[in-house]
Design a protein around this ligand. Structure first.
Ligand SMILES: *Cc1c(COP(=O)(O)O)cnc(C)c1O
Length: 378
């Protein structure tokens, strides 16, 4: 039996791109035309190496999308190279998406707060309306309200939906079936972007597996967290090749510095990737140890289950907890300015000794605050 819809063409992802940018050629860089030559005099580069650049690795403008790195990253993330865009961190990909899909004052971006701040920052810079579908706080876990996201995205004609899985700062993992259902409901209307900056710590499948079937799904990945290269600024967007191509033309001409590309490539050898995987396992173990230890502290109101490399905790006295940690030289993320998190701190999972320092700093503080409140009552 054939479906009556079988002949309908799949809505193309390009329909989601700003009409004025669909045929935009962007800047024609010195490296974008493939020609053979031995004497390169087309880019006004210096004919000599800089004295600090022995091998001359950085004398020339780099490839806009370094091929070897692109292939290696595509292999790591299980996509085809043409489905992957390398950017200056996934932050750049977020910015590119908002700029290329949203017309100022018209096309909305949907987010589910509390969440990573860059989606709102990029929407603000583009003057794209920001629509919020708050996460639901269920005792020891946060839950994305997918029905609300779907309804708001449709009602407000949003072009972009950002999901964060695992969520920062909540630690929530969103299932692939939920992402699939949302992508289906928004097909041809909005791009569903799944930010997977922390997915390696979740030991869960990536939404990248949905891209072939749903061209309106895109995924953000980064070398900044598990791969310990935050300073190299290498992040990726995984998406339909047509969308990657448009974003590439909207991107800066040479977004990936040659030394960073070289470093990232070295970090992607099978041995280095295997080592990163072992570290993810240690972080998961430490995360569970920290969860139990924090939960046992009297001044901790609530700790949320987390699929990331951090824990979000609510305190009876977050100020006191933050101060005792600081006094011990431990800097954690103060979440108190975030709506709904007025009593919360986000603590990154460190090395085992670093985590011990967190417990040591918090245990006496909690005793002191218990004593203080007993004293006040007396
Ligand atoms: C840390 C983080 C990123 C990483 O951004 P880069 O620009 O790749 O360093 C992206 N998304 C979320 C949710 C993060 O927490």
């Amino acid at each position: 039996m054939t479906s009556p819809f079988a002949t309908l063409p799949k809505p193309g992802v390009l329909d989601l791109v700003r009409e004025d940018l669909r045929a935009f050629a962007g800047y024609s860089s010195a490296r974008s035309h493939k020609v053979d030559g031995s004497i390169w005099l087309n880019a006004n580069e210096s004919p000599w190496n800089n004295p600090v650049d022995d091998d001359g690795d950085v004398r020339r403008y780099p490839q806009p999308q370094p091929e070897a790195l692109r292939t290696a990253l595509a292999g790591l993330y299980g996509v085809k190279p043409e489905q992957l865009l390398i950017g200056r961190g996934s932050d750049e990909a977020i910015d590119l998406l908002v700029r290329a899909l949203c017309r100022a004052e018209r096309d909305a971006v949907v987010i589910a707060p509390p969440v990573f701040g860059m989606y709102a920052v990029c929407a603000r810079l583009q003057n794209a309306p920001l629509v919020e579908a708050p996460l639901i706080d269920r005792n020891d876990a946060w839950v994305t309200d997918l029905a609300a996201i779907r309804d708001l995205a449709l009602a407000r004609r949003a072009k972009l939906v950002f999901l964060c899985s695992p969520g920062n700062p909540t630690g929530e993992l969103i299932t692939l079936s939920a992402v699939r259902a949302l992508a289906q409901a928004l097909a041809g209307r909005a791009l569903v972007v799944v930010d997977e900056a922390y997915i390696e710590y979740a030991d869960a499948p990536s939404a990248a597996t949905l891209i072939d079937e749903y061209p309106n799904v895109a995924v953000l990945r980064t070398l900044s967290k598990l791969h310990a290269l935050a300073g190299a600024r290498i992040g990726c967007l995984l998406a339909d090749p047509a969308l990657i191509e448009v974003l590439r033309r909207c991107q800066a001409p040479y977004p990936v510095p040659a030394p960073c590309a070289e470093l990232a490539l070295r970090a992607l050898t099978p041995e280095a990737v295997a080592e990163a995987g072992r570290r993810a396992a240690v972080v998961r173990e430490e995360r569970e140890r920290m969860f139990a230890a924090l939960q046992a502290l009297s001044g901790v109101r609530r700790v949320y289950r987390s699929a990331g490399n951090f824990l979000l905790a609510r305190f009876d006295n977050a100020e006191a907890a933050y101060r005792s940690l600081l006094a011990a030289g431990v800097v954690v993320r103060d979440m108190r300015a975030t709506q709904g998190l007025g009593d919360a701190l986000r603590i990154t999972v460190g090395q085992p000794e670093e985590n011990d320092a967190v417990f040591a700093a918090l245990a006496p503080a909690q005793q002191a605050s218990t004593q203080a409140s007993t004293g006040a009552a007396a």
